[in-house]
Ligand binder design. Sequence first.
Ligand code: AHM
Ligand code: MG
Length: 320
Amino acid sequence: HEADAYRTDLMTITRFVLNEQSKYPESRGDFTILLSNIVLGCKFVCSAVNKGEEQKKLDVLSNDVFVKALVSSGRTSVLVSEEDEEATFVESSKRGKYCVVFDPLDGSSNIDCGVSIGTIFGIYTMEHSDEPTIEDVLKPGNEMVAAGYCMYGSSCMLVLSTGTGVHGFTLDPSLGEFILTHPDIKIPNKGNIYSVNEGNAQNWDGPTTKYVERCKYPKDGSPAKSLRYVGSMVADVHRTLLYGGIFLYPADKKSPNGKLRVLYEVFPMAFLMEQAGGQAFTGKKRALDLVPKKIHERSPIFLGSYDDVEEIKALYAAEE
Ligand code: AHM
Ligand code: MG
């Protein structure tokens, strides 16, 4: 009976977010409208990926679709995309109170072999109604009001947090709707998987080297961890969220700030991890407390299960 009720009482992402927003009396549906435009972009990319479009086209196409959908929502003022060197300032007649930072198609080196890729996004609100400036997006991750990603894999899944837990929605292709399939995702406190590009090991710093060594040769008699690395941040973080464990993109001698971008890769994933009960650390501090100075800035990142990130934090603290 209950299972049937669940299957017939379709909780679409729009319905879910409308329910959540109705808790705020001042809410006028703006967030829901914004989100439905993000969802439209995700559906477009999902269908383009399934048609087998080649990498170069897909990158550009996805970015165009997201930018146009976000501008036309009438709910945004500043957009930052990994694909565009400069931020987009929305013309005054179409402006709204949100700023969106996003990577329209992350993991694009995986496109041509059909491995999972994704879209990552974070949302800020404008605090004032003056002319928007770049300062409106150069804010710490802890000021985001929502973050999420969409993974284009064996199924298309959108994972979202508006600050009240993390919820997963799976695209039902016959309905064209994202349906709630993973309510209130919590990451296990400890995992048995580590995820890192170990090809960079010769250039790592002491604490990262020590941590990975411990994953392989634990000193406390616990079993060694398994290594899993797709090379698509969305896929690697998604697995980490569901199974537990740790994902690392550390600093190395060649890239002292790692590879991943603060605004639209590190922050949204750190936001989701914390909302799911995990942690995200930069090697120096809580990732969400970073204050970016440039829109495409990078940072090292260690995120995942609470206890696993504690271990990394202890190694970096001992180094100081
Ligand atoms: P991209 O934005 O050029 O696609 O690069 C980002 C991707 C992430 O998805 C992934 O975590 C990382 O690059 C993998 O990098 P590497 O190939 O150095 O391991
Ligand atoms: Mg990227």
